[in-house]
Design a protein around this ligand. Structure first.
Ligand code: XMP
Length: 506
């Protein structure tokens, strides 16, 4: 595997994804927590950083822990840090460089740059530059404004590059990563979803033995794939619980329960609508609603888990982006929303935790799901928030409002499927606003609710743009909603991007 040392760059996860795309396993570790160098670590990559190597408290690493033992590649800050630590000089650039640049490759024999075209396009994003390379550094590529765009340390397999090969705008970045990971480090490209399934099932069987595992399923991709994997390992010893919190989409509880049963899972559906509505009554503040839902879920889950005699493990569908220990090199980031399903269950349950997907990125989870034969319709589902429709009904929640929103949402999502737009959108849903407006239907004056349609494109939900859906589609859906759903007389479309807006309205 390849070890990526994270110095806090926004692109660190992208480095990992590019390496995984080469079918090579890699892990991200914080720069200040270098793990023991085991023989299966074939190379180290030092990431970029929002810091400058000239900062007094710039993040540091002891290069002797891995340099000259395994090949090393420094990217941006990583390259500057090595240059500085080994006797070179880094200074602020005369002009900051952001965006496109073209390489002039000075050493066509360099195995790092082998196969790249003569003026390969790369992506720069840096304020500092290496003004003096140490004497044993060989410059292997430059750009018009950066002399040391890539270097190799003589007699070592140590390299540095000023640009970002991990972003798609570096058009041959993947080739460069392949050169490093496969040719220089000698990694085998045998990390595939088939091999992952084989290995996981074997190791889960060994770890869990005859123990019982309980898992809460949500109908989402991650918990479903995790459950099927554990089920392949231990069969009926996996006890699944699917809670109807009264905040799911229209008919979703019944449909998802059936598909779980069809997959052979040992699943129990629990109708807990009243418990959730009870705890939510009179609450209208978003964070208070999230907390009440979190509590209601734990109440129900605890009650159900206690009915399973002698259960030892809690299975969870946690994925890699949730567990990467994020390094904060510029102060802690603010909590925008407290996602209730991150953080797991309280200690009093005293269950050991098994998280079979905690090394995978989302797209890898889908690939594993495909290998496991899970219905593509389930794997292609849009994300849906844990608190469900509760955070799409602004203000207080009542069963009547839930029923209205379920109808509107079903028309919108059904329309996206009918117009073959569902897969082009990353997430879609409808907000029921605490606002009434005047309308006219036939000869009657109406005074009813407003709904806001929201559809976004995104890669990971961290940033998003509103989806530019066709006007004809919006016209049809709006008409359908107003004609079919009693209580709604106005439809608006949300055209805010994230940031500054968020995807959900609460
Ligand atoms: P925001 O609204 O923060 O949403 O832009 C980003 C993504 O997170 C989902 N979301 C949640 N998911 N529990 C969840 O499981 C929550 O409390 C929660 N709040 C937002 C949202 O649907 C989107 O996919």
């Amino acid at each position: 595997q390849i070890l990526i040392l994270d110095f806090g760059s926004q692109y660190t996860q992208l480095i990992a994804r590019r390496i995984r795309e080469l079918n090579v396993y890699c892990e991200i570790h914080p720069y200040n927590n270098f793990p023991e160098l085991t023989p299966n670590i074939k190379g180290v990559i030092l990431s970029g950083s929002p810091c400058s190597v000239r900062d007094e408290d710039a993040p540091q690493v002891d290069l002797d822990k891995f340099r000259k033992i395994v090949p090393v590649l420094g990217v941006c800050y990583g390259a500057q840090l090595m240059a500085q630590l080994l006797g070179g000089d880094v200074k602020p650039s005369q002009h900051r460089e952001y965006g496109r640049a073209h390489l002039k490759i000075d050493d066509t024999d360099s195995s790092l740059l082998a196969g790249l075209s003569a003026s390969s396009q790369v992506w720069m994003s840096h304020g500092d530059t290496i003004v003096k390379a140490p004497h044993n550094f060989k410059v292997i590529a430059s750009t018009e404004s950066v002399h040391v765009a890539a270097y190799k340390v003589e007699d070592e397999l140590t390299y540095g590059i000023q640009f970002h090969p991990e972003v798609t705008h570096s058009t041959e970045g993947k080739k460069l990563m392949e050169n490093f990971v496969v040719n220089i480090c000698g990694c085998k490209q045998d990390w595939t979803s088939d091999s992952f399934v084989d290995q996981s099932v074997k190791s889960l069987r060994q770890r869990l033995g005859n123990d019982k595992v309980v898992m809460a399923l949500s109908g989402g991709v991650d918990s479903t794939v995790a459950a099927i994997l554990v089920h392949q390992a231990i069969g009926k010893n996996l006890y699944c619980i699917f809670v109807d919190n009264g905040l799911l989409r229209k008919d979703e509880f019944e449909q998802v329960l059936h598909s779980y049963q069809d997959m052979g899972l040992n699943i129990k559906g629990v109708d807990a609508k009243d418990h959730f509505y009870g705890l939510l009554s009179d609450l209208s503040e978003p964070e208070a609603k999230r907390k009440a839902i979190g509590k209601a879920f734990i109440d129900i889950f605890d009650q159900e888990a206690h009915l399973i005699e002698d259960v030892k493990w809690l299975g969870q569908g946690t994925i890699y982006p949730d567990v990467i220990e994020s390094v904060s090199v510029k102060g802690p980031s603010a909590t925008i929303k407290s996602h209730h399903n991150v953080g797991g269950l309280p200690d009093f349950m005293k269950l050991k935790v098994v998280e079979p997907l905690n090394t995978l990125f989302k797209d890898e989870v889908r690939a594993v799901g495909k290998t496991l034969g899970i219905d593509p319709k389930i794997l292609g589902r849009h994300p849906f928030p844990g608190p469900g429709l509760a955070i799409r009904i602004l203000g207080e929640i009542t069963p009547e409002k839930v029923a209205i929103l379920q109808e509107v949402d079903a028309i919108f999502i059904g329309g996206l499927r009918k117009w073959d737009l569902y897969k082009d959108v990353w997430q879609a849903g409808v907000m029921l606003l605490p606002v009434k407006s005047v309308g006219v239907m036939g000869d009657e004056r109406t005074y009813e609710s407003v709904v806001a349609l929201r559809a976004v494109t995104s890669v990971d939900g961290m940033t998003a743009d509103w989806a530019h859906l066709p006007y004809d589609f919006l016209a049809e859906v709006s008409n359908d909603i107003i004609n079919k759903v009693k209580g709604v007389n106005r439809v608006v479309y949300d055209i805010s991007s994230k940031p500054p807006a968020t995807i959900e309205w609460e």
